[in-house]
Design a binder for this molecule. Structure first.
Ligand code: PMP
Length: 363
């Protein structure tokens, strides 16, 4: 029997909407300077690498994850300053938490709303779960369109509104006053708001204090941008009664003993990661200075470890950067508001020098 024929018949069992969708795109970065995915460019200092290796070597890998997950929850709650009355659940990255939220809220007719352009997994997870997704366009300067958001909430009565604080790929923090009014509107119609603070280490601002004043606001964070993108550890904080329900749809043992121990180790050495984040913020400022001298490039303010720029020809600039060994993200096809835009991840000082020189040569 021919293997492709078997696949042909069996493919009919895969949902048509899944077959027609695009997979989450991960670019091939082999041999390139990787400035495409908002990773922390610093690795652990060698002494910490050795200490972590010892900790991981001593783990009981023959056992399912056990109580260590509770230790991690306590450590994350302390790290984040989780408010009283809140609880926390763990995800295999916040990507998994976004999927679990879609599963937990999947009632007939349920809708998810998020501003666009935004993080693609809000839409993808909703669609995969059979929920309706409504993207509300940002204004031309990437602010929340308050009237459009409030109108969409009134019309759709969404189960979930996602607010990324700061947003990806626009990198900015939206107006707190507008977010407050979105939270109020969602509260009135009985929906949830998820504030996604993936980029919190670079923002210097958080909604955690305000979230605690509501019974319908959840706060999502990840250790990915902190420096552990390879570990896969996200966490969702919110009113204990809500978290208890959402946690029921979590697959058992979703966070491995390895993820868990790495995360605990990182939190014990949070000062190392905090100083890396400070270096990244300083590098971000230097990138803006350099971009300011490139007349053909427009940039927008950033509160994250990425910078969104507009160039005369994004495809040409992207290819030119790649030919010079630098991989960034060409987001220009993501949304009409992002025409000719590239998203640059902030790297180390040397990496940024290489990226900026390659960009200037590629315009
Ligand atoms: N939220 C936002 C806004 C993101 O940009 C990303 C990843 N780029 C995520 C969540 C997912 O993070 P994680 O690595 O924890 O799955």
């Amino acid at each position: 029997m021919n293997v492709s024929q078997t696949a042909g018949g069996a493919l009919g069992r895969i949902r048509a909407d899944v077959q027609s969708m695009h997979a989450y795109a991960v670019q091939d970065a082999r041999g390139l300077l990787k400035l495409d995915a908002m990773e922390n460019p610093f690795s652990l200092p060698p002494a910490l690498q050795a200490a972590l290796g010892q900790r991981l070597g001593a783990l009981a890998l023959n056992r399912y994850p056990g109580d260590r997950g509770n230790d991690l929850k306590r450590a994350l709650a302390a790290h984040a300053g989780m408010p009283a009355g809140f609880d926390l659940m763990l995800g295999n990255g916040s990507d998994e938490l976004i999927s679990l939220l879609a599963i937990a809220c999947d009632l007939p007719g349920a809708t998810v709303i998020a501003p666009v352009p935004g993080f693609v997994m809000y839409a993808m997870s909703a669609q995969l779960q059979g929920l309706k997704f409504v993207g509300v366009p940002l204004t031309a300067d990437f602010e929340l369109d308050e009237a459009a958001m409030l109108a969409a909430i009134a019309q759709e009565k969404p189960a979930i509104v996602y607010i990324a604080y700061p947003n990806n790929p626009t990198a900015n923090l939206w107006s707190e006053a507008v977010i407050d009014r979105v939270i109020a509107a969602q509260g009135e119609q009985g929906g949830l708001v998820v504030i996604d603070e993936a980029y919190q280490p670079f923002a210097g601002k958080s909604y955690i204090g305000k979230a605690a004043q509501h019974s319908h606001v959840l706060l999502m964070r990840t250790l990915s941008k902190f420096g552990l993108a390879g570990v896969r550890l996200g966490y969702l904080m919110g009113p204990a009664a809500l978290i208890a329900e959402i946690d029921k749809v979590r697959p058992p043992y979703n966070v491995s003993v390895l993820n868990c121990e790495c995360a605990l180790f990182a939190l014990e050495h949070a000062d190392v990661f905090d100083s890396q984040a400070a270096q990244i913020r300083a590098e971000r400022a230097r990138i803006f200075l350099a971009l300011g001298r490139m007349n053909a490039v427009k940039s927008w303010p950033s509160d994250a470890n990425m910078v969104l720029i507009r160039v005369p020809d994004a495809a040409k600039a992207f290819d030119g950067l790649k030919a010079r060994g630098v991989l960034v993200k060409n987001v220009s096809k993501m949304h009409p508001l992002l025409a000719n835009c590239l998203r640059l991840t902030v790297g180390t000082s040397d990496e940024n020098v290489q990226m900026l020189a390659a960009l200037e040569a590629s315009l």
